[in-house]
Design a protein around this ligand. Structure first.
Ligand code: SAM
Ligand code: SF4
Length: 449
């Protein structure tokens, strides 16, 4: 088979951890096909943007990047070199051919369900110079068709166990860009987990747009849930830590709550987005849970695992949100006490029901509400981190820091920890005495054994 002449590639990832996982898989497939990664976008034969469509800003950033990449492509052409530009991810899925119309320098548009065809499609567009748009939702498992061996770039490795979403929150594009819920089988996940551990992973982060809705094929063809998947993976030799994200409050069942008591490798941290503390807003968002139910769930989780650290996503300025609704969200935050959280201004997304509501909230009101909400969440994060001062915590070291001799790792509660030490700590877990605390990170020294 003739290979394309595009041999170095630059890949930029936008958005969520699932895109990071997909980018890793694309990287492996490209390496198997003889491509080498480069950090220098201007010299790359192939540029891939793995895009995010969740908010308008994220999607528009792609087009501004594409303008700059087109200029680089033109400059290379003047030197007699060809460049293939590929747009992958959720913007590709949502906008399809519109991307090549808006930016004709783009050669390939490829949706998340077609990544197993990436090398073949790059070769085709490189040979024919035709625009290719591939955004089908084939029913088979793309990951199994991407046969390249798993590699790990960090001791904390992502493992996608579930994709897509059937919840249809009225603000969200995911059900349209990622399609219906689909869970991978236990056998395939165990095999991939073993590969990741053999390649050096110590922690597995199980990923899914709705990860706790996981319902994969288990032993004897029986369907298993996320709790059983976690128990099975915890039995694999060498797995020190397990996390999962992102969960929906509706799918947090008793078995999964019990796993937080029973599985020692399951870390005491949970990202459980509530979005709003107002029942009126939760109904309008089609979230399928009320504020009181969320608080009750948090109570049950904390009974199962008293030191559980919690995180959430919040949307402010959803259409029709009043000052009282915004106040209700602040009350919920005060009632829970979050260790960290993400918060966003509502961004109307084309094709979603909420985008056509008439009672959109003015931008300055959104900004003011976001500021108040973030100030409260920042205080809570600072308080949570302050509790670590003077304690000794087990830290899994993930990478070297910026300073010579510095290492960066995470506590069980996902706090970043900076430590200066001799030798190489990456991949090891060590007890750290926390000596200094900032809002978003801790620092300390290796505790005497
Ligand atoms: N499945 C997860 C859940 O139900 O919480 C979240 C998935 S989504 C990729 C991540 C976060 O983006 C959401 O929790 C929400 O807070 C935010 N988000 C989604 N659509 C948004 C929109 N139109 N405007 C602002 N934020 C949005
Ligand atoms: Fe989007 Fe999450 Fe709602 Fe699904 S559950 S529609 S991914 S916000």
């Amino acid at each position: 088979m003739q290979r394309p002449n595009t041999k170095s590639y630059f890949l930029k990832t936008f958005g969520c951890q699932m895109n990071v996982y997909d980018s890793e898989r694309m990287t492996e497939a490209l390496a198997r096909d003889g491509y080498a990664a480069t950090d220098d976008i201007a010299s790359a034969d192939l540029v891939i943007l793995n895009t995010c469509h969740i908010r308008e800003k994220a999607a528009e950033k792609v087009y501004s990047d594409l303008g700059r990449i087109r200029d680089m492509k033109d400059a290379r052409k003047r030197d007699g070199k060809e460049t293939v530009i590929a747009v992958a991810g959720c913007v590709a899925q949502a906008e399809g051919r519109e991307i090549t119309t808006r930016q004709p320098a783009v050669d390939l548009v490829i949706g998340p369900q077609s990544y197993h065809r990436l090398p073949e499609l790059i070769e085709r567009t490189a040979n024919t110079r035709e625009h290719i748009v591939e955004t089908e939702f084939p029913g088979d498992e793309k990951f199994e068709r991407m046969k390249a061996p798993r590699r790990v770039s960090s001791p904390s490795a992502f493992l996608t166990v579930q994709e897509g979403c059937d919840k249809f929150c009225t603000f969200c594009v995911v059900p349209y860009t990622r399609g219906a819920e689909f869970s991978r089988s236990l056998a395939k996940l165990e095999a991939e987990a073993r590969e990741l551990i053999a390649a050096g992973a110590k922690e597995l982060v199980l990923l899914g747009q709705n990860v706790n809705a996981y319902h994969g094929e288990g032993p004897g063809g029986r369907t298993i849930g996320l709790a059983e998947l976690i128990r099975r993976l915890a039995d694999i030799e060498g797995i020190e830590r397990i996390r999962y994200t992102t969960s929906h409050p509706r799918d947090m069942d008793a078995d999964l709550i019990a796993a937080h008591t029973e599985v020692p490798q399951l870390m005491p941290f949970l990202h459980l987005p509530v979005q709003s503390g107002s029942d009126r807003m939760l109904t309008a968002m089609n979230r399928k849970h009320r504020a009181e139910e969320y608080l009750d769930l948090i109570g049950r989780l904390r009974s199962a695992r008293p030191d559980l650290a919690l995180s959430s996503d919040f949307i402010v300025g959803f259409p029709g949100e009043t000052d009282q609704d915004a106040e209700d969200t602040l009350s919920l935050i005060r009632a829970v006490g979050f260790a960290q959280a993400f918060s966003f201004k509502y961004s109307p997304r084309p094709g979603t029901p909420a985008s056509t509501h008439e009672d959109q909230v003015p931008e300055e009101v959104k900004s003011e509400r976001l500021q108040r909400l973030q100030a409260l969440l920042d205080d809570q994060q600072a308080d949570f981190n302050a509790q670590a001062l003077g304690t000794i915590v087990p830290v899994l070291f993930e990478r070297r820091g910026r300073q010579p001799g510095e290492f960066v790792g995470r506590t069980p509660y996902l706090q970043l920890v900076h430590v200066a030490a001799e030798g190489d700590l990456v991949g090891s877990t060590a007890n750290v005495a926390v000596t200094d605390v900032r809002r978003v990170s801790l620092s300390g020294v290796i505790a005497a054994a």
